[in-house]
Design a binder for this molecule. Structure first.
Ligand code: ADP
Ligand code: MG
Length: 278
């Protein structure tokens, strides 16, 4: 499976100094993505309380924490699907808060979202699920959209499954179609919200392999996952989130080492008990 193509080189530091957030919008921002002081209240509850994080080009960060802690809400706010009440998101130095409605649509297009439950159209084949956005959003003619869909399906190892409908695909294959669909939009960043949580254990590996290959290809990603054993080898930073805040952040080695006494370590050992891991 060959992933990569035109992605940015992994881990290359973007130009710029160590100062405050860059607002240059010239593609040379210090971080590729910055979420600054994101807060959101809904139904009288503070779901997010001043959350900040950044992603460098080619970086994968992992968000973990108990259910209800605000992880999905945070991804939705970063995507501006649900605009935050306070705070801002900068993509390549461009402030989403300051964008016109039209530019927000372009901003969203540059952020690929992968959901736990795939979000595929049941009445469309794998190829059409990928091609539909290329035609409607990017305005590609059918032939070009199909060619691009074929190459994205090949990237996720599904070249021979293009004619199948979601009901004919396994959960792992459906998730790979949804990743192919996101990749077809040439995202700068991908936000993955528990991409393997809805999968049978034997299907998790095939999706993790695609994510691993994307990382090797230089894709910038923020992933909510409980696959700690997988994630700790790919990320330099775990973000532990509960009650709408990031309460711990650090390298997996630092947060998970014996005797660290961190919430992250406590949470991960409970997870591995449930998952039957080491
Ligand atoms: N629109 C909403 N109105 C009120 N509460 C909400 C809304 N959306 C999510 N919540 C609540 O916000 C909290 C955080 O949810 P979520 O972001 O889904 O957490 P996680 O992804 O970490 O499990 C939960 O308590 C959830 O019930
Ligand atoms: Mg969630």
């Amino acid at each position: 499976m060959a992933l990569g193509g035109a992605m940015t080189g992994k881990g290359q530091p973007a130009p710029g100094g160590n100062g405050s957030p860059a607002f240059r919008g010239d593609g040379g921002a210090r971080h590729l993505l910055e979420a600054c002081g994101i807060s959101r209240t809904a139904g009288g509850k503070r779901l997010l309380d001043g959350v900040s994080l950044s992603l460098d080009r080619g970086e994968l960060k992992v968000l973990i924490g108990p259910s209800g802690g605000g992880k999905s809400t945070l991804l939705q706010c970063i995507h501006f699907l649900t605009p935050p009440d306070e705070g801002d998101v900068l993509l390549d130095g461009e402030s989403a808060r300051e964008m016109s409605r039209k530019n927000i649509c372009l901003f969203r297009r540059e952020i690929g979202m992968i959901f736990q439950d795939f979000n595929l159209f049941d009445h469309l084949s794998a190829r059409d699920n990928v091609a539909v956005a290329l035609r409607r959003v990017k305005g590609l003619p059918k032939k070009l959209a199909y060619e691009r869909a074929a190459s994205e399906l090949e990237r996720v190892g599904l070249a021979d499954k293009w004619a199948l409908y979601p009901a004919q695909l396994s959960g792992g294959q459906k998730q790979r179609v949804s990743i192919a669909r996101a990749l077809a939009m040439d995202p700068k960043v991908m936000l993955l919200d528990e991409p393997t949580s809805a999968l049978d254990p034997e299907l998790i590996g095939e999706v993790l392999k695609v994510i691993h290959d994307l990382h090797d290809g230089g894709m910038t990603m923020l992933m909510v996952t409980h696959q700690v054993g997988f994630a700790k080898h790919l990320t330099r930073e775990f973000l532990f989130m509960e009650d709408g805040r990031i309460t711990e952040r650090g390298s997996p080695e630092e947060l998970l080492k014996d005797g660290s006494g961190t919430r992250t370590s406590d949470f991960c050992s409970k997870l591995s008990e449930i998952q039957g891991g080491p």
